[in-house]
Design a protein around this ligand. Structure first.
Ligand code: B1M
Length: 208
């Protein structure tokens, strides 16, 4: 019998080797890939995300858990594709134009992957045109933007405007240390989150 609870624990504690072994064991004993994903990997990231939101764990713990999840996902992905398991949604993410900070953006990307989103990470210094072009080409449900500088925050508004101008239905969510819920609402963004765990909840709400 696949021990998905042990897999969840291995991912949460960042034990890459055990996470990979238990994923392989679960696949070998014919546990469906979707069950392994939901009850093992996503459950782990959900739980650790909740702990992060309650300040019970911190960024390093999230990063090592996400790394363990990534290793297990590499084993599971071909089986998921074969089984036709659809992602929760497509999430295009990047740090806005002129801004090179990517630690928070990477954390949000990892948590989104952990929650079952297909994540298209455009990196840093991403122009409004590139956000829109990519969202169009992959038919993304959400564009997620990160900004760490007060001087680069206005680029978020430019993206919101470009999305409207392009006439696409992609929702836009924003975050980053200087960004606030008021700012997000003033520029017409569909969602705001102050941390990576909340970002997952907000994104799930936007695709529901
Ligand atoms: Co820079 N930097 N930096 N920096 N840097 C800050 C942001 C700053 C506050 C430092 C300070 O002065 N006290 C300040 C900004 C001031 C301001 O505008 N108000 C600043 C400055 C001024 C600069 C430079 C201009 C410095 C210079 O060259 N004179 C320069 C700018 C370069 C550029 O971008 N064009 C610069 C450069 C750098 C480094 C390259 C050295 C490095 C970045 C390395 C990297 O990212 N790869 C760096 C760093 C590390 C910082 C600090 C120290 C840490 C930022 C960080 O990674 N935090 C920062 C000071 C500080 O915060 N103490 C600072 C941890 C990260 C996990 O948090 O990104 O907020 P954060 O992400 C959180 C949430 O905000 C949220 O979830 C994350 C996890 O909970 N979140 C989202 C983030 N994105 C989200 C998206 C969402 C939802 C939630 O939805 C899509």
């Amino acid at each position: 019998m696949a021990d998905l609870e042990a897999l969840k624990e291995a991912v949460m504690s960042g034990d890459q080797e055990t996470a990979v072994e238990l994923t392989m064991a679960a696949m070998n004993d014919k546990t469906g890939p979707e069950k392994i994903l939901k009850q093992g990997l996503i459950a782990a990231m959900d739980t650790i995300g909740g702990k992060f939101a309650r300040n019970e764990v911190y960024i390093p713990e999230i990063l090592i858990a996400a790394r363990a999840m990534k290793s297990a996902m590499e084993i599971l992905e071909p089986a998921l594709a074969k089984a036709g398991v659809k992602p929760v949604g497509k999430f295009v993410i990047g740090t806005v134009e002129g801004d090179m900070h990517d630690i928070g953006k990477n954390l949000v990307a990892m948590m989104m992957k952990g929650a079952g989103f297909e994540v298209i990470d455009l990196g840093v210094d991403v122009s409004a045109e590139k956000f829109v072009e990519q969202a169009k080409s992959v038919n993304a449900q959400i564009i997620g933007m990160s900004a760490l500088l007060t001087t680069t925050m206005p680029s978020m508004e430019a993206v919101v405007k470009a999305v409207k101008k392009a006439g696409i239905k992609t929702k836009v969510m924003v975050g980053g240390a200087p960004v606030t819920a008021d700012y997000a609402s003033n520029i017409g963004a569909d969602g705001f989150a102050q941390d990576a765990a909340t970002a997952v909840t907000v994104a799930k709400g936007l695709v529901a």
